[in-house]
Structures are given as C-alpha cells and as structure tokens.
Ligand binder design. Structure first.
Ligand code: HEC
Length: 134
C-alpha cells in the first residue's frame, strides 16, 4: 500500500515538471520481432549510402545528423530521444530496431506506411549501426 502511495506521489510530482523531457517507459519488443533476421548485406557500400539518404530525409530532423537526439525538431518534442551513438542503444538486435522504426510509439512516427518497402527500413537499421561511438 505504502509503495503504491509513494509511486503515485512520484508520478504526480513528475507531471509537475514541465521543462523536463518525459522519460519514456521501457519500449517492450515482442520476442518474435527481436529475433527477426536482417535479410540485407550490411557491407554493401551503395546500400549504406542509400540508408544515409533515407535517414537524412526521414529521421535527422528529430534524431540529429549523428543520432545524438539533437535534431532541429527535437526541442519541440515532449519525449526524450535516445542517443544512437551509445552502447545501450546499439546492444539492441536489428529486429528490435526494425520493429521500433516500423511501428513507432508516441512521438516517434511509424514508418510502415511512409516507407512501405521493408528493405528500406532494414537499410536504415544498417546505417544506424555506423553511428556507434567508437
Ligand atoms: C518527429 C520526430 C522523430 C522522427 C522524424 C523520427 N523519430 Fe525516432 N524517435 C523519436 C522519439 C521521440 C523517440 C523516443 C520514443 C519513445 O521512447 O517513446 C524515438 C525513438 C526511436 C527509436 C527507438 C530507440 C530506443 O532505443 O528505444 C528508434 C530505433 C528510432 N527512433 C529510429 C528512427 C528512425 C530510423 C527514423 C527515421 C526513419 C526516426 N526514428 C524518425 C522521434 C522521432
């Protein structure tokens, strides 16, 4: 009971900090999506270049040139944007990233309709891998 009360209070409190970005709840990806195999060739340089073009067109405005979460539109969002250069992000499977890009959540748009060709979304996943901080 006490626990419920405390978490309720914390919840209410967190809603009263308007300047803070909303820290998102964990994004649960179904196991079947997690283990989905990436059918593309990650070493193909033309495909990587195409992935970059798609990224710049559809993702950069929020996620930023290098995926740090600092795109020009990011400041207008309520949600914190994860940093693609960090290990925490990169440890996710290709299938998880594909799932998140395809389906979206809250302020993250879904791209199944905007980018109906599955291969395009896999090529973006491959491009996201190049953004890892070395
Ligand atoms: C309108 C702004 C916006 C655009 C455009 C956008 N994103 Fe996002 N993205 C977000 C936000 C906000 C989140 C965090 C969503 C959440 O956790 O609820 C996010 C989360 C993600 C995540 C999940 C990160 C994680 O670790 O959980 C991936 C992957 C992602 N975006 C990839 C992309 C790709 C690829 C594109 C372009 C095809 C794109 N996004 C376009 C705003 C955007």
């Amino acid at each position: 009971m006490l626990f419920v009360l405390i978490s309720l209070l914390l919840h209410i409190h967190s809603n009263f900090i308007p300047s803070d970005k909303m820290q998102s709840e964990e994004w649960i990806v179904p196991d079947s999506a997690k283990s989905l195999e990436n059918p593309t060739d990650k070493e193909d340089q033309d495909d990587l270049a195409y992935g970059l073009t798609l990224y710049n067109q559809h993702c950069k405005s929020c996620h930023g040139k290098k995926g740090l979460g600092d795109g020009s539109a990011a400041k207008n969002l309520q949600t914190h944007i994860p940093d693609f250069s960090q290990a925490k992000f990169q440890l996710q499977t290709d299938g998880s990233l594909f799932h998140k890009i395809s389906n979206g959540r809250n302020e993250m748009p879904e791209f199944v309709r905007k980018m109906p060709d599955d291969e395009d979304r896999w090529l973006i996943v491959n491009y996201l891998r190049t953004l890892e901080e070395k």
